[in-house]
Write a protein that binds this ligand. Structure first.
Ligand code: ATP
Ligand code: MG
Length: 580
């Protein structure tokens, strides 16, 4: 590295020869040299040219080295000043060094190497200072950059913190909003742990339990919900802890304001471990009431349909009664005539008896009797009268059984299920419905003799069987159509049972249920029949009675053009038990 290159040196020296010597030497060493013979020129040069190094005499007639030194330390503070002094001015030299002179050499400078050395040292310092400045600038740059980075980071952190604070606020807000939402739900809600302890609850639940939220936390749910010391048998939470599935029960609980539905759903921690359940307790008084209303409506509908059936059946029943009544009437007419004939004959016999007693029996009298016997056709009467009597008895029996069936059928049954003879209900219904089927069908009963009493609503089951028989007869009628030959189909009613259920089947050889109607037949008011013939209530009522009221099942098997079988199963035990 050429330390001298481009370096400017100002030489302030009064003596031309010394100055030239110095200048030559330095130029020779590659420095640019500025020369000044006096202080003023020197100061001008140093201000204008800003030399890298100054060599100045300390005290000459026109050179004031101290002034130059002072000016230099103000104007070009980095520029080293080398003092050239006469021997014997050491005191001044020391002062100059104190004031910031870099070095000094003494005159006369016999060996210019000294000057060169001092200048090189000075230049080294310049270089060092420059490097130092560069370094410092670099450091400053670095610090500035770092500071900027730090400021940026701080800014970022601040904004992140602001964001985080916003998020925290939002979370807090959401949490409160959620709590308020859960509190606003009228259902009683609680989170219950595996030990039946309440972990969290909404305000309505706390109110129902009659204690503040904070106090309810940690309490056993059954103590306050059901007022018992251990989980009740019906406890859905216990069930859930066993099988991990949701459960629902209906309870009547005075302390909870009547009928309530308790729904428990599994509650897991984030790893999927079951830690308890969410309880929702919902008051269902209104629903229960609506159910009761609906039940009442169904009963009314059933009753209406029954009245309608009775009306519809009345003509048929009248006809049914009319036939035996007619022949009983005819028989009575016959018996009356027969009695007159027999009375006439008896009168003759009476006369014969009187004559026999008086021993005056005449041929004429005997012939008279024989004539009368012939006239009244005694042989015929002796054969016919007993027949007429037994036929009449049969007729009366038939009427009696129809009347009894009518009475049975229309007798309002109890509201409670009672052990009933299903076979008898079927027989009664078949009797009163006879006129509905007898023109299109034969009816076969395959009733199980050992059938036990089945708990049921007699009245309503009679109506169901009637609906099925009427449907069967109509399906057969539809299949037979005009039927000039008077062909007939078959309706078969059978019963069977096991310990679980009593089964009733009503089969017909009718049209079968059309494919597109099969999933709708149990819907209220669904009918494929003409207006006036069907209102679509028969099977809806049957479904309501069998499924809703008896907890049984009703289904059918059907084949187009071949016929249909309705199969009903009624549970043997008490049914529709709701854990209350
Ligand atoms: N045994 C059957 N064979 C063929 N189709 C049947 C039979 N039973 C019912 N269906 C079909 O189911 C429909 C609904 O029957 P449902 O007894 O409910 O009403 P309905 O007989 O039409 O009218 P309602 O019984 O009120 O007089 C019938 O219209 C018919 O299409
Ligand atoms: Mg019907």
């Amino acid at each position: 590295m050429h330390a001298s290159r481009n370096r400017k040196i100002l030489i302030v020296e009064n003596s031309d020869s010394i100055r030239r010597d110095f200048a030559n030497c330095l130029r020779h060493n590659g420095y640019e040299v500025l020369e000044a013979m006096d202080s003023d020129t020197a100061i001008d040069r140093l201000v204008e040219q800003r030399p890298d190094l100054i060599i100045t005499d300390l005290s000459q007639p026109c050179v004031d080295g101290m002034a130059i030194l002072e000016k230099a330390s103000r104007e070009v503070p980095m520029t080293p000043v080398i003092i050239v002094s006469e021997t014997g001015t050491m005191e001044q030299v020391v002062m100059a060094l104190k004031k910031g002179a870099f070095d000094f050499i003494t005159k006369p400078v016999d060996n210019l190497a000294i000057l060169k050395y001092a200048v090189e040292k000075g230049m080294e310092r310049v270089l060092l200072m420059e490097q130092n400045r560069e370094h410092q600038e670099h450091l400053e740059e670095l610090v500035k950059k770092r500071t900027q980075e730090l400021e940026k980071r701080t800014h970022e952190l601040e904004s992140e913190m602001r964001k985080r604070r916003t998020v925290e606020m939002l979370i807090e807000h959401a949490k409160r909003e959620w709590e308020r939402t859960v509190d606003a739900i009228p259902d009683l809600i609680a989170l219950v742990d595996r030990d039946h302890r309440i972990i969290r609850l909404n305000k309505p639940m706390a109110k129902a339990l009659g204690m503040p939220v904070e106090k309810a936390v940690g309490e056993k749910c059954y103590t306050h919900l059901h007022g018992v010391d251990e989980p009740p048998d019906i406890c859905p939470h216990t069930q859930l802890l066993k099988d991990g599935k949701p459960h629902t029960i209906e309870v009547y609980e005075e302390r909870l304001g009547g009928y309530n539905e308790i729904i428990v759903t599994p509650y897991h921690d984030p790893d999927g471990t079951l830690i308890g359940s969410v309880h929702i307790v919902r008051n269902i008084n209104e629903r229960k009431q609506a159910e009761e209303e609906r039940e009442k409506l169904h009963t009314q509908l059933l009753h209406a349909q029954k009245l309608e059936s009775v009306g519809q059946l009345a003509a048929g029943i009248a006809h049914e009664i009319n036939t035996p009544t007619q022949y009983v009437g005819t028989n009575i007419d016959f018996l009356e005539e027969a009695f007159q004939d027999l009375a006439e004959l008896l009168t003759k016999y009476d006369q014969l008896l009187e004559a026999a007693k008086a021993n005056r029996v005449s041929q004429e009298l005997i012939e008279g009797i024989e004539e009368t016997i012939e006239e009244v056709d005694l042989e015929y009467l002796m054969g016919e009268v007993p027949q007429a009597i037994s036929q009449s008895r049969d007729g009366i029996k038939r009427v009696t059984s129809i009347v009894r069936a009518m009475k049975d059928f229309s007798h309002p049954g109890g509201k409670e299920k009672e052990p009933s003879d299903i076979n008898q209900i079927i027989k009664t219904t078949v009797t009163i419905a006879r006129n509905e089927w007898k023109y299109v069908s034969d009816l076969e009963l395959e009733l199980e003799d050992t059938m036990p009493m089945v708990p049921c609503l007699k009245d309503e089951m009679g109506q169901v069987i009637l609906n099925l028989i009427v449907n069967a007869a109509q399906a057969i009628g539809d299949k037979l159509g005009e039927n000039p030959e008077g062909e007939k189909g078959v309706i078969t009613i059978s019963t069977a049972w096991n310990e679980e259920a009593a089964e009733i089947r009503v089969s017909d050889t009718g049209t079968g249920i059309p494919e597109d109607a099969r999933d709708k037949v149990f819907q209220p008011f669904f009918t494929t029949k003409d207006v006036g013939k069907g209102t679509g209530q028969g099977l809806a009522i049957a479904h309501n009675v069998v499924v809703d009221k008896h907890g049984g099942t009703i289904e059918f098997e059907t084949e187009d053009g071949k016929g249909t079988t309705f199969i009903m199963r009624l549970p043997m035990d008490k049914i529709n038990q709701v854990p209350v």
